[in-house]
Design a protein. Structure first.
Length: 590
């Protein structure tokens, strides 16, 4: 156990409730007696969805034999499902598909935990949990591990099927956020990874179909870009093994993969946390970053004492009562859009896939993220390298951003379908292959589209079709511009889409988050109701002022804590003390 620096042998006093319920609807069934499950779940008022991670090592110490209530009552998942149902809780089981940071050995059974994971700096990957305990992570690239994992998911699937359990099961890709986006804990530089990668290269070299290509591309020495590409291919192949094991073994209950971002679990958090120097401001930033990535934030690693103030409010208001409901129960609220506040999004941004060389120009290099963060605080969805597929029934109407260098036939087809169906699209044509340049030009001619050409730090082509709008620009021209001009470019371009938004440029350290719901029968004068929540996780008093657009009406002030608030018809002034927060509901109309 690690407490006050440099080292403490005193076991921290942790409340049983904190260990069993680490936050955000999570329930750790192995942390308490099965005889107490009902009493504990009944104590959870106002919570419908229960997230239950399955602890592989708790059901098997060897990775060979499995216990589902044969020896330990706490391994009885059927009983847990029945107890939860009786308490009115809808269980979502989560099966880790990567090292799980809140579990010893990352969740791998002890006899299989033989090869520690190594990060890119050569350090054994270790995470500090909420009690100050160091959890060393072990490699998921060890063949013994993924073979035993496949057996476990088959046994788990048989158990669910045999007992008629219909609860949804999701694969949990555990990770953390960084400047590179979501990073899974499965990433590894250990000897297990290196040996597996060498076998992968040998297999490709010996493959008669690939042999000529291999000799032409690789020869005796790989270039850095080639090595990067093959590393990504190998890692993706191993991760697919785990995903396939879950999908095949749990086919009757399988609902797909869910990314879970753990606050306090990043490399830069480690040394702060072992000295109990938790940064609430950083956790608040990481929380909102995780939400923008459409990943589920989890505070299971963060001590309860750190979550007692504004961070706890953010987790409850933005995750527990909003994101979790929208993620797991979206269909329940489709008929009544005024039932719950959902995260507000104006933009869906698709960035580069990992297989692109690290020096490829992405949206961060073009200043887009800086602009959106400053003027549309967290009202965007960072889709990363996810595949975009247009669906007319679920089309969000958001503004979509695409890279030309990432264009393929499927993306090109879906992008144009979005535009032709009334969607708004911005395309960075830098790196767009000639094939797609010609197809785009042919599309303009075939549909007799009028092209408006503008020069604003770069060449811009704008065209419309019905309600749809397509803007194409050369991103390479923005790379060497000073920051002020880049922000000016994005501000002037995006303002032409006339997005109905209340812009707040908050002081450094203050976080602003938006949610939205439909109007109810008493609010028919409004198209929707938006909630702006303001949080000050910093250690300093913050004061700022902003104007209310003519299309917004302040209808409710709530959750005032350590704040001075003053407003007129057109202006709002806020003064937040450290750990202060405030939420404002606005009725919005055109």
């Amino acid at each position: 156990m690690l407490g006050e620096a440099p080292l403490s042998l005193t076991t921290p006093v942790i409340r049983d409730e904190d260990a069993v319920f680490p936050g955000e609807n999570w329930f750790f069934y192995w942390k308490t007696s099965a005889s107490l499950w009902q009493a504990k779940l009944e104590s959870l008022s106002g919570i419908n969805t229960l997230l239950v991670p399955i602890n592989w090592a708790f059901h098997s110490e060897t990775g060979d034999k499995y216990d589902f209530a044969e020896d330990k009552p706490e391994t009885d998942l059927l009983k847990l499902a029945k107890v939860a149902q009786g308490c009115g809780k809808d269980i979502k089981f989560l099966v880790p598909m990567s090292p799980c940071p809140f579990l010893p050995n990352g969740g791998i059974p002890s006899l299989l935990a033989r090869t520690p994971m190594i990060d890119s700096t050569g350090r054994v990957q270790t995470v500090v949990d909420s009690t100050g305990t160091l959890n060393k992570l072990f490699s998921f690239f060890d063949p013994r591990v993924y073979k035993a994992y496949g057996k476990f998911t088959r046994e788990l699937g048989h158990y669910f099927s045999r007992n008629g359990m219909s609860q949804d099961v999701f694969g949990m890709d555990c990770g953390r956020v960084s400047i590179e986006g979501f990073r899974s804990y499965v990433e590894d530089c250990s000897i297990a990874y290196e040996q597996g990668f060498s076998r992968f290269l040998k297999t490709k070299q010996d493959d008669s179909v690939e042999k000529t290509k291999w000799q032409d591309e690789v020869g005796q020495i790989m270039t850095p870009d080639q090595e990067h590409s093959y590393n990504i291919e190998f890692s993706s192949m191993i991760r697919e093994i785990y995903a396939h094991s879950c999908e095949e073994g749990l086919s009757g209950n399988w609902e797909g993969t869910l990314q879970v971002g753990f606050l306090g679990g990043a490399e830069e958090d480690f040394f702060h946390r072992i000295h109990q120097k938790d940064s609430v401001s950083k956790y608040a930033q990481d929380l909102l970053e995780t939400l923008s990535l459409e990943a589920l934030p989890c505070s299971a690693l963060v001590p309860t004492r750190v979550k007692r103030g504004v961070l706890g409010k953010m987790l409850n208001q933005l995750v527990t009562t909003s994101f979790i409901e929208s993620k797991f129960n979206a269909h329940s609220f489709q008929a009544d859009t005024s039932a719950i506040f959902m995260p507000k999004r104006f933009f869906e941004v698709f960035d580069l896939a990992p297989e692109f060389p690290p020096d490829t120009i992405g949206w961060a290099d073009l200043g887009l993220w800086d602009y959106l963060q400053k003027y549309y605080s967290w009202c965007y969805s960072d889709q990363g390298s996810h595949t975009y597929s247009f669906d007319e029934e679920t089309n969000s109407g958001n503004l979509h951003f695409f890279h030309g260098v990432a264009m393929n036939k499927g993306l090109f087809h879906n992008m144009l379908k979005n535009f032709m169906s009334g969607g708004n699209v911005i395309l960075n044509r830098s790196g767009l292959e000639r094939e797609f340049q010609q197809k785009l030009e042919a599309f303009f001619l075939e549909n007799n589209l009028e092209l408006e050409k503008v020069k604003l730090h770069t060449s811009i082509v704008n065209t419309t079709l019905g309600d749809g709008r397509l803007v194409v620009f050369d991103g390479d021209d923005l790379i060497d511009l000073e920051e002020k001009k880049v922000l000016d470019f994005w501000h002037r371009l995006i303002s032409t889409f006339h997005i109905n938004h209340l812009m707040v440029v908050a002081p450094e350290g203050v976080q602003v988050a938006w949610k939205v719901r439909g109007s109810n029968t008493q609010e028919l004068g409004y198209e929707e109701v938006r909630r702006m929540s303001i949080y000050n996780p910093s250690s300093y008093k913050k004061k700022f002022k902003f104007r209310i657009p003519s299309t917004f009406r302040l209808v409710k002030v709530l959750d005032e804590d350590k704040v001075k608030f003053d407003h007129g018809q057109k202006d709002i002034e806020v003064e937040l003390m450290p750990d202060g927060s405030l939420s404002l509901d606005f009725g919005v109309f055109s």
